[in-house]
Design a protein around this ligand. Structure first.
Ligand code: PGA
Length: 254
């Protein structure tokens, strides 16, 4: 049984004080018992504030939105895996479509980052997804297959198992257009079959695949009740502690 994993990708939003206020409200809204894994992914500058505000709520994990693959050195403006570990970060989002399209990240770069994350004992949340044009051309499987094979090259079964994949159709990110539950399930099933080819079926069956792209309190449950959808990567709706708590709570007994 795969434990659902729901992550809040804050992107370039939230100062330290806003992050602190968010966590305080979120913890109150969420209450004590949660059966799903929750990851807050703030910008680097708010990670320490989130840790502090979480206090004893150690069941909620902290993630980062990106990192460099090198351990240290002359890479002005970059953050290393060890720096994230030092901030008690457990997950790192890699290959988000905004990084791929706005900052030129290739599958090869993403693969270096994925491998560096595992070396540093960080768990990658690897994002893959097609653009609208690619979907209309009928290239969804081709695009997802290439991204998955390129980004996960060289991983052993244990590393694969500790990797979370986020399927995020680019046309659904920040647009208010969500994939239908059927479209999402179809893509997730394909992702899982590809993961089995890259690794093996038993490993692929243990891996968690999140859906991302305009996830909101009113569509999250339907999406997450699909057999191959094991959680959500939430952007816009994760900036409001009440809607994010609703998404988490709504996924409880699925
Ligand atoms: P969105 O973003 O929920 O605002 O569509 C999702 C993401 O980019 O991870």
């Amino acid at each position: 049984m795969r434990k659902k994993i729901i992550a809040a990708n804050w992107k370039m939003n939230m100062t330290q004080s806003e992050a602190t206020g968010f966590i305080e409200t979120f913890l109150l809204e969420l209450g004590e018992s949660i059966e799903v894994e929750v990851v807050i992914v703030p910008p680097f500058t708010a990670i320490a504030a989130v840790n502090l505000a979480l206090g004893d709520a150690q069941h909620i994990k902290v993630g980062a939105q990106n990192m460099h693959w090198e351990r240290a050195g002359a890479f002005t403006g970059e953050i290393s895996p060890a720096m994230l570990r030092d901030l008690f970060v457990r997950y790192v989002v890699l290959g988000h479509s905004e990084r791929r399209t706005l900052f030129g990240e290739t599958d090869e770069m993403v693969n270096r980052k994925v491998r560096a994350a595992h070396e540093a004992m960080l768990r990658p949340i690897l994002c893959v997804g097609e653009t609208l044009e690619e979907r209309e051309r009928g290239d969804v499987e081709k695009v997802l297959g290439t991204q998955l094979r390129g980004s996960l090259a060289g991983l052993g079964a244990k590393e694969m198992q500790e990797t979370v994949v986020a399927y995020e159709p680019v046309w659904a990110i920040g647009t208010g257009k969500t994939a239908t539950a059927e479209q999402a399930q179809e893509a997730h099933a394909f992702v899982r079959r590809t993961l089995a080819e890259i690794s093996d079926k038993a490993t692929a069956d243990k891996m968690r695949i999140q859906y991302g792209g305009s996830v909101k309190p009113d569509n999250a449950r339907t999406l997450m009740s699909q057999p191959d959808i094991d959680g959500a990567l939430v952007g816009g709706a994760s900036l409001d502690p009440r809607s994010f708590a609703q998404i988490v709570k709504g996924s409880q007994e699925l």
